[in-house]
Design a protein around this ligand. Structure first.
Ligand code: AMP
Ligand code: ZN
Length: 468
């Protein structure tokens, strides 16, 4: 079953065929590092990680690149307000390093593989070069010291501006005024800034530019330049949250295709849906957000968040509640307990192989069907409950599945099941009751044993024992 992914560019679920045979280039828009990432942001990285784990499981090698937006207005505001008013480029680096470190530690706690991280401020030369190229080609112009991208000109040549939003995006649209800010509204398709001239309130944060006035790059150009530098003019996958489809990703496409002259810039666009609180998007600006630290302070395992996110398809919104996090933590604990349990059971070998491969292909079918994790989790639980497989083989298969799920199950230390004498006596007594077909007494004893913290289960002629 080949991997199929929903592609925002074509609005279709498509068979994944990489540009180069086995090596996949993937770029994810990283966080703005002026503050802690919230768990909504983290959901988008969990989705990207799920995708890269799935690609690896399917045998591909991945080159996964992620930027740090360490240069935008909010970051400059952060450093001048919280660090020093006279902040310069070095202060900006120090200030953002703190949040970069926290972000990296959050990813590690969520079992998200480390991508090849790139700070925007480390790629200023590449950014400047790309801007120069766009201007030289006639698709950028200077106005009041800043450099803007000429959308009208782009549209005349490439005719696909905003295609990521929808084929009819440009129908009836008017070309508006230039926009000298990092973000702008959907209705406004004013030319966006590639390079923004240094202003007094930027403190001492700026970069010299041989071709244009000193200043700083616009937001969109950093991803185009880093993507091209690390992955080439064209690559396989680009990911981000759905809010980035417009303007950020639409503008990235316009810039990159202009600079390289190659279409398409990216083959598959992968967008994950939002995490909500009270049915509203979790956002820093709304103040309705939680960080991973908040979760840990309430004694939750960060991986419970991973489990929670796996429970919803990446393409659906997910409303966050503490109750649902608790239910996810319970489910995760049950999986960990299962990994720790130590039992043996005699099974029919041939039947077992058949059942095992059935579950493996069902799991892969679900995952390869545009990462259907809710279905994949249902298969995990079905497999665990199966009467036809031994514990050892179930565990081995679960570990294999966990290469995609990333729930850290291989880290669970196996505990040798120690059954106290008192329980052993009760079990023996229960077995005798069963032999004598005294089912009532056997059930009573099961309850007594359960109250003492052990679960007995009869599987055909065997008795399994597990710690509760
Ligand atoms: P930012 O740090 O704001 O640039 O966002 C980093 C990533 O998080 C982007 O891919 C956003 O699309 C994504 N994102 C922002 N808010 C949410 C949310 N509530 N749920 C899921 N993803 C989000
Ligand atoms: Zn980006």
């Amino acid at each position: 079953m080949p991997l199929k992914l929903y592609n925002t560019l074509t609005k279709k679920k498509e068979k994944f065929i990489p540009i180069n045979k086995n090596k996949v280039g993937m770029y994810s828009c990283g966080p703005t590092v002026y503050n802690h990432a919230h768990i909504g942001n983290l959901r988008s990285y969990l989705a990207a990680d799920l995708l890269q784990k799935t690609l690896k499981y399917n045998g591909y090698k991945i080159n996964w690149v992620m930027n740090f937006t360490d240069i935008d207005d909010k970051t400059i505001k952060g450093v001048t307000e919280n660090y020093t008013k006279a902040a310069d480029n070095n202060d900006l680096k120090k200030y953002t390093q703190k949040y970069i470190n926290i972000f990296k530690s959050d990813l590690a706690k969520l079992n998200i593989e480390k991508p090849d991280f790139v700070r925007a401020t480390d790629k200023i030369e590449e950014i400047k070069k790309m801007i120069k190229k766009i201007v030289d080609l006639g698709f950028g112009y200077e106005k009041d010291g800043s450099i803007y991208f000429d959308i009208k000109k782009y549209q005349e040549k490439y005719r696909d501006y905003g295609k990521l939003v929808g084929e009819n995006f440009m129908k009836g649209m008017k070309f508006g005024a230039t926009v000298n800010a990092d973000e702008y509204e959907k209705e406004n398709i004013g030319d966006f800034a590639l390079w923004r001239e240094w202003k007094e309130n930027d403190s001492n944060i700026f970069w010299e530019n041989e071709n244009f006035p000193k200043g700083k790059p616009g937001w969109h150009i950093e991803c185009s330049a880093i993507g091209a530098d690390k992955l080439g003019d064209q690559f396989d996958i680009h990911s981000g949250g759905v809010d980035l489809i417009f303007p950020h990703h639409s503008n990235e496409i316009a810039q990159s295709q202009t600079a390289s002259g190659k279409v398409p810039f990216v083959k598959y666009w992968f967008h994950s849906e939002h995490l909500l609180v009270n049915e509203e998007k979790m956002a820093k600006s709304k103040g309705n957000f939680f960080t991973l630290k908040d979760i840990e302070e309430k004694n939750f395992n960060p991986l419970a968040l991973r489990y929670l996110c796996l429970g919803a398809h990446y393409h659906s919104t997910l409303n966050f509640t503490w109750q649902s996090l608790e239910a996810s933590q319970n489910a995760l604990e049950r999986l960990c307990e299962f990994m720790k349990s130590d039992e043996s059971r005699i099974t029919n070998h041939e039947l077992e192989i058949e059942v095992e491969s059935k579950y493996e292909s069902l799991f892969l079918e679900a995952i390869n069907n545009d990462l259907d994790t809710p279905r994949a989790l249902a298969i995990v639980w079905e497999m665990i409950k199966s009467k036809e497989m031994s514990y050892q083989n179930k565990k081995a298969l679960l570990l294999k599945f966990d290469r995609i799920l990333g729930l850290g199950l291989s880290q669970v230390k196996k505990e040798k099941l120690i059954i106290p004498d008192e329980i052993q006596i009760l079990i023996k007594e229960r077995e005798e009751a069963r032999e004598n077909k005294n089912w009532k007494r056997a059930d009573e004893l099961r309850e007594v044993i359960k109250k003492k913290g052990f679960l007995v289960e009869d599987v055909e002629s065997e008795t399994d024992i597990r710690k509760l």
